[in-house]
Structures are given as C-alpha cells and as structure tokens.
Design a protein around this ligand. Structure first.
Ligand SMILES: Nc1ncnc2c1ncn2[C@@H]1O[C@H](COP(=O)(O)OP(=O)(O)OP(=O)(O)O)[C@@H](O)[C@H]1O
Ligand SMILES: [Mg+2]
Length: 265
C-alpha cells in the first residue's frame, strides 16, 4: 500500500520523570518517505524516537495511539528487528567490556552485548562478517568497544542495526562527534542504504548532513510539531529562523543544504 504509514502517533501525552514532553502529540511518517526531524535541544526528538521503538509509552487515554506499520500491538522482538536504531543512548549503554563483533551479533537478540546462553549459527557469523566488511570495520572486530573512537563505535552500532535486514533505520544524531572523513563515510553509507530501499528517519542538528535522498522534514519545537512537509518547502531561511529563533541563512548546492548565521557584521 503506497499510503501506508510507517509511524502514526495520535494524541500522545508523554512524561519523562516529572517533565511532560508531549501533550496530545499527533505525528505521522509515511512508509517510504525518508524523513529528517529537526528542532532545538529539548524539543522532544529523541523522546519521539523512543515512542517508536517502544522504550517509552504514552499515558493511556482514550483515543490515543502509537501505530507502527498500521499495527498497535507488536512483539518487541519483531519490531526491533524491523526497525534498527543507532542513538547516543545505545552507544552509552555499551560502555562495558564488549568486542566489536559482539556488538554486531547482539543485534540478533536486540540485546546490549552478547551472553553465554546466546548462540549464533555459522550463517549468522558469516552475515556479521559481511556487514563489518561492508562498513570497513572487519579489521577491528576484536577491539574492545569502550576503547574505540566515536566514529568506530557508531559504525559497529550501524552494523548491529543492519544485521536483521531492517526495513527502517532510525538514526539519532549519527554524525555527532565524527570528524569530516568519518562523517562523509557515514553519510555515504546511509545514502547507499536509502538507495537500496531502506527507509531512514534521521534526527540531526546538522542541516548540511541531510542527504538528497531525504524527501520529508518534520520540525519539532517544545514538544509540538512546528511544521511538516517536503524538504524544499520546509528548508527555507525564514522557516529555520522561526524554528530556532535565531537569524539563519541557507544555501543549497547539489541537493545538500548549508546554514550560516544571517546577522554577521
Ligand atoms: N530521562 C529523563 N528524565 C527527565 N526528563 C527528561 C529525560 N530525558 C529527557 N528529558 C526531558 O525531555 C525533554 C525532551 O528531551 P529529548 O531528549 O527528547 O530532546 P531532544 O529534542 O532529543 O533534544 P537534543 O537535541 O538535545 O537531543 C527535555 O526537556 C528533557 O529535559
Ligand atoms: Mg536528542
């Protein structure tokens, strides 16, 4: 179905601790629209992603729902196999003594690291190796995750997300902390994934890292949808200026955008 919704959130009220992040939030993302979510710090972007991955639930109230691919009820395993995630929280959770290859293999169980009772077939090991080779990390697969650079860690987490052949990847600030080479390498990889048919939902603060394959943009501000539409319609200097409440200039080159301060003297 071409108009199938990937994510359909309707009237969700969500608390984190004592903070009410969303009050009756309604937001839908189409199945085959690669989407970027942008907005100021604290707007609720990461919280929204946690609703999708069911790390957080909205308050139960009449009429509210979180539907993924048209379904309200999911067993967490098939949900997490179909929707891979790379996020700062996940990276943080892996602080322990885990090898790179175990991070990738742990995707089969959607667990943090691997455990003795978990077994992996030759085919699964083979797939992990293929993915690590594709991502350029096979050589360091035995390195301890906590001693890797941020960019290396990010690639192992992407490998973990890809192991189940997901239809969708959720990336929360995937290039934060990466140098230019690592950023562009990561972007190339993500563009290849979109071209191969994987849907990407990308949260980023870096407008220049929104690849041409992203077609839809959502603005989140103070827990509300501040705008949603095609990338061309959304990414304008006045719209970004209003979203961030700071004067922003915008340039567009080869399908990429670049922002700069608009009030320089
Ligand atoms: N674990 C938590 N406990 C209490 N409040 C939280 C928690 N995590 C987030 N919040 C609050 O929820 C709100 C939304 O946070 P969220 O992390 O979703 O923002 P964000 O848009 O991802 O911001 P950023 O761009 O800084 O990553 C913020 O006001 C934040 O302080
Ligand atoms: Mg965040």
């Amino acid at each position: 179905m071409s108009d199938e919704k990937l994510i359909e959130i309707y009237k969700a009220t969500v608390y984190r601790g004592n903070t009410r992040v969303f009050h009756n939030l309604s937001l839908s993302i189409d199945r085959h629209q690669n989407t970027a979510i942008i907005g100021p710090n604290g707007a609720g972007k990461s919280t929204f992603l946690k609703l999708v991955t069911r790390e957080l639930y909205p308050l139960r109230q009449q009429g509210s729902r979180v539907r993924i691919l048209g379904k309200d009820k999911w067993d967490i395993w098939s949900l997490r196999a179909g929707i891979g995630i790379v996020s700062p929280d996940l990276q943080h959770d892996y602080a322990g003594n885990v090898r790179g290859v175990d991070v990738v293999l742990s995707g089969y169980y959607s667990s943090i690291g691997t455990y003795q009772h978990q077994t992996f077939t030759d085919k699964q090991h083979h797939r992990a190796r293929t993915i690590m080779t594709d991502l350029g990390i096979a050589d360091i697969q035995d390195h301890q995750f906590s001693r890797m650079s941020t960019g290396e860690q990010r690639r192992f987490l992407l490998g973990r997300a890809l192991i189940n052949t997901p239809h969708t990847l959720i990336l929360d600030e995937p290039t934060t902390g990466l140098d230019l080479t690592a950023t562009y390498h990561y972007l190339d990889t993500v563009r290849g994934l979109m071209q191969s048919g994987i849907t990407i939902v990308l949260v980023t603060h870096h407008i220049h890292e929104i690849p041409p394959e992203i077609t839809t943009v959502v603005f989140l501000k103070r827990g509300e949808v501040f705008g949603q539409g095609s990338k061309q319609a959304m990414l304008t200097a006045p719209a970004l200026t209003e979203l961030f409440e700071t004067p922003i200039g915008l340039a567009n080159e080869n399908g990429f955008y670049q922002t700069f301060p608009a009030n320089t003297h």
